[in-house]
Design a protein around this ligand. Structure first.
Ligand code: NAI
Ligand code: MG
Length: 335
């Protein structure tokens, strides 16, 4: 039976990089059927809603979505659509690989191959208890860490290590200062790690982790951490290996998974054919792994690397003068 996925073209550069990505997937003969659905500004203009029920139904039905970046209008009391999607589908694992690529502006053109596994639903981003005192001088919020939330994300990281033949999981925390929340996360992580004697586990305090990442990123394999630290660390890692144009991310839950580029809608270059499609393409590769097509995922990644190596039609962010579709055609031509 043909697998159907939900495709969200998104806002800004979204439609451009989605067109490029679908062109490459066509050449890869992935045999997927697409159900197009709207979200973000595109949906607001058509339906009056940022996240229409039809889009939610589509994701619920297909369980897999490929999504371009979305604009959440600032002001008007809209909450972030991405945060909303993660919450509604309980997409608890945010999985962000960072691997060295040739011919990028990266300081580490080789040697880096790590994955950040970020808890995606709680911690400092649980959005609870956000308060500003009446005089506007004191702000508070609640950071919530649960045993269930910590256990499932650490387990995800160790299972990912086993599944992909990786050898080490680094638990990143700040339990020395944030004794209750980060403390619970670390305690649960140690309990889970004990159940995976075949995978090495080490612990790092988040500030030291950042320094180590910048100095010697080759030492990392899988990093697992809480929401806020994971958000920051994964962007740092994207910066190590060539920037946002090459950084994909997967949001994975039990009932659904959404694959995307880490970057936003890039309004400064939207509609100009300058956007690098690789981040979304690499998100699509994660999706193919998830759908049980690892061979196609591997071929896709290899074609991207070969195109970078040949400096064929690279987009301006990579120092080239190609455009989005030319870059996509160059990748498709190497499949
Ligand atoms: P951004 O990631 O859109 O852009 C930051 C810089 O990186 C810009 O200079 C942009 O031109 C460049 N850039 C980003 N992606 C690129 C690509 N594929 N190729 C070449 N250059 C690229 O971040 P910004 O400007 O902070 O946010 C813009 C909008 O995107 C906001 O409305 C924000 O809410 C939204 N956003 C959406 C996300 C999502 O839907 N997943 C994630 C982050 C932001
Ligand atoms: Mg972020």
């Amino acid at each position: 039976m043909t697998q159907t996925i939900t495709v969200i073209r998104g806002d800004g550069i979204g439609p451009e990089i989605m067109e490029a990505t679908l062109h490459v997937l066509e050449a890869l003969q992935v045999g997927l059927a697409y159900e197009f659905a709207d979200a973000g500004l595109a949906a607001l203009e058509k339906t009056g809603e940022l996240l229409p029920a039809a889009t939610m139904d589509s994701i619920r039905r297909n369980r897999v979505a490929l999504k371009s970046p979305l604009t959440t209008p600032v002001g008007g009391g809209f909450s972030s659509i991405n945060v909303e999607l993660r919450k509604r589908f309980d997409l608890y694992a945010n999985v962000r690989p960072a691997k060295s690529f040739p011919n990028t502006r990266s300081r580490f053109p080789s040697g880096v191959d790590l994955i950040t596994v970020r808890e995606n639903t709680e911690g400092a981003y649980s959005a609870e208890g956000q308060e500003l005192s009446a005089d506007g001088d004191t702000a508070t919020s609640i950071t919530k860490t649960t045993r269930r939330g910590s256990e499932r994300i650490v387990r995800y990281a160790f299972d990912l290590a086993r599944r992909t033949g990786r050898k080490q999981v680094t638990v990143v925390h700040k339990a020395n200062i944030l004794k209750s929340t980060s403390g619970l996360f670390l305690k649960v992580a140690r309990e889970v790690a004990a159940q995976y004697p075949d995978i090495a586990c080490n612990e790092l305090i988040v500030d030291n982790c950042c320094m180590q990442l910048v100095m010697r990123p080759e030492q990392f394999d899988i990093i697992v951490t809480t929401n806020l630290f994971g958000d920051i660390i994964s962007d740092l890692c994207a910066g190590l290996v060539g920037g946002l144009g090459l950084a994909p991310g997967a949001n994975i839950g039990t009932d659904a998974a959404i694959f995307e580029a880490v970057h936003g809608t890039a309004p400064d270059i939207a509609g100009q054919g300058k956007a690098n499609p690789c981040a979304l393409l690499l998100g699509a590769a994660q999706m193919l792994d998830h759908l049980g097509m690892p061979d196609k995922a591997t071929r896709l990644r290899a074609a991207i690397v070969a195109t970078l190596e040949a400096k064929d039609s690279l987009t301006p962010d990579l120092g080239g003068s190609g455009n989005t579709m030319a870059f996509a055609r160059a990748i498709a031509g190497r499949l």
